[in-house]
Design a protein. Structure first.
Length: 587
């Protein structure tokens, strides 16, 4: 191999190891690799930056705005109110989640769908008396399965389609090209969830007196000279609060862990409460209590405060550090008011809590936090408690616009790119979403990750590494077509669990195309196998964004995903490998 080929191999290995072993954001790692490729001269500037103008990437960005229009107009709320109802059994409840979410995720990005439904399903679970732990993983998995139904169902399908066009010169695939394979996969996954998840998923009910699936830890202080100073716990009305209870008092460095009703409050006392979101926000309205300022964070001016629920992602720079040590206020422009972890109260002083992936934080944030949170990828915002109210009178219109996008792209009247751009413009023109909401919907790190991944994939192809890897795989499989297809699927599936699904798919595409050419096989089955494998990420909460988003609200542990996700991975893989060659002959 040439030195350029060795450099491409080293870069690919370095990127994979860095993404697996470090907490660096994928878009930063891949942009660093892009820079090295450019400086080395492996690719020309035009080839290097071709990913940023890829039609698939622009289509992804436009569909983000379309999804923001559905969300901003309350279209998802309309669907929830019409379809959830009051099921009599747990399986009936699962069906009422799985069916609409699979259909919805076939045409909208998964993340806003799940983010919108988490608080709605949490309230619904309380109303029908079913543990949220029975519903949240099915919500995430249904969104993942729905993404396999169409070419716009997930960003991976769009970018692979765009790169396939660039690399082969072929016209690409239509909106419903993958549906023939995605539908059996979705049906098999849905059937497995309905049959086995009621027994496999844990039933983690809340502590007595609570009906919210997660229990935050909140620390407040008694205001100096305030109305509560000198009053007992009972007199202050802090004894029998609904859905929240007083855990302990910290006074002058001393901890009072068993708080009696006649305990007198002192100026500066720090009170630790545990309870749900609504109860905590009500607690902050009691005169004489304020969020504890002595946790290394500082406070925002009152008029700039906004309450936000966010999940700590696996890429957060503050992982393993205490809230105090992260310098949260300066770094993120937000203050941590409360923490929930696996639905249980986190012991210790709020400032001493160490951040872990999947922690749910109740934040008091400035007006720019939501924009920054979507850019830095340290958090997944699941509930903006101070967000703009949806324009429900436009909910029907938002669905009409989405239907028009699907009709234009599905019938071939317009290319998917132009149909998506028209849909995004229509959402803005009809004010289904505001310009601010549209800007926030553009997930810049995801877009950069996708565009930069193209450069690494192009380098593997340009230097001959892809062809060499393809030759080795053909030799390993003795040229057996089905085994080759299974190897490609398994490789992408494994990479998706440990790095981003888009990066895994884009890195494997040039290898798969070279492999099909080397073995004299059709390319289409391998392309569809990559699309399906990149979406089939069920086994860990870190493998897919929506899995991580439901980790805290569902009160899950890592092992819960392994228990139900590994069988789902195997099932989806078997169905995919069985269906694809039947639909698209390998030779």
């Amino acid at each position: 191999m040439s030195w350029q080929a060795w450099l491409a191999v080293s870069l690919t290995g370095g990127v994979l190891l860095t993404l697996i072993l470090s907490r660096l954001a994928p878009h930063l790692v891949l942009m660093a690799a892009l820079t090295v490729i450019g400086i080395s001269g492996i690719l020309s500037p035009g080839q290097l930056l071709a990913g940023f103008g890829n039609p698939g990437l622009i289509t992804v960005a436009a569909m983000f705005v379309v999804a923001a229009g559905i969300q901003g107009a309350g279209g998802v709320d309309l669907l929830v109110n019409r379809l959830l109802g009051r099921p009599q059994t747990e399986r009936a409840a699962l069906w009422r989640i799985i069916a609409p979410v699979v259909a919805l995720s076939g045409f909208l990005n998964n993340t806003p769908v799940v983010a919108t439904l988490i608080p709605a399903i949490t309230r619904w679970a309380r109303r029908i008396d079913i543990a949220p732990s029975k519903l949240m993983i099915p919500l995430s998995y249904a969104a993942i399965l729905g993404g396999t139904l169409t070419m716009i169902g997930t960003s991976t399908n769009l970018v692979i389609n765009g790169q396939y066009q660039v690399m082969t010169g072929q016209p690409g695939f239509s909106l419903f090209s993958i549906t023939a394979a995605g539908l059996p996969v979705a049906l098999a996954g849905a059937a497995f969830m309905l049959l086995f998840f009621p027994r496999l998923l844990p039933d983690r009910r809340d502590h007595p007196g609570f009906d919210n699936p997660r229990e935050f830890t909140l620390e407040v202080a008694v205001t100096a000279g305030g109305p509560l100073v000198g009053q007992t716990i009972s007199q202050a009305g802090l004894r029998h609060l609904r859905r929240v209870f007083l855990v302990e008092i910290e006074r002058d460095g001393q901890l009072i862990s068993v708080v009696q009703p006649d305990e007198v409050l002192h100026s500066g006392d720090r009170l630790v409460f545990a309870g749900d979101t609504e109860a905590i926000t009500d607690l902050l309205r009691i005169p004489g209590l304020q969020p504890s300022a002595d946790n290394g964070q500082g406070m925002q001016p009152h008029q700039q405060r906004q309450l936000v629920e966010a999940v700590v992602s696996q890429h957060c720079e503050g992982l393993g550090q205490t809230i105090r040590d992260t310098d949260f206020r300066e770094r993120y422009g937000a203050v941590v008011l409360a923490v929930a972890r696996n639905g249980e109260r986190v012991d210790g002083n709020l400032g001493s809590i160490r951040l872990s992936p999947g922690d749910t934080l109740l934040l008091e944030a400035g007006p720019r936090f939501l924009v920054r949170a979507r850019h830095i990828r340290d958090f997944l915002v699941i509930n903006d408690l101070g967000q703009e109210a949806p324009h429900h009178e436009r909910a029907g219109l938002s669905w009409v616009i989405l239907g028009a996008v699907v009709l234009l792209a599905g019938t071939g009247l317009l290319d998917m790119l132009y149909a998506a751009l028209i849909g995004a413009a229509a959402m803005l023109a009809t004010r289904c979403c505001t310009l601010r909401q549209a800007e926030q919907s553009l997930d810049l790190p995801v877009l950069i990750t996708i565009a930069a991944s193209f450069a690494l994939g192009a380098a593997l192809e340009q230097t001959g590494v892809a062809a060499l890897a393809a030759t080795q795989l053909v030799s390993l499989s003795n040229g057996h077509p089905w085994l080759l297809l299974a190897l490609v699927y398994a490789t992408v599936s494994l990479l998706t669990e440990i790095i981003t699904n888009n990066a895994a798919a884009i890195l494997m595409l040039p290898i798969a195309l070279a492999l099909s050419g080397e073995a004299g096989l059709a390319a289409e089955p391998f392309v569809f196998a990559i699309m399906l494998a990149a979406s089939a990420s069920f086994a860990t909460p870190l493998g897919y964004q929506t899995n991580l988003m439901v980790l805290g609200p569902g009160n899950y542990r890592f092992g819960d995903f392994l228990r139900v996700g590994l069988p789902m991975n195997v099932l989806v893989g078997i169905v995919s490998i069985a269906v694809i060659p039947w639909l698209w002959p390998l030779r």
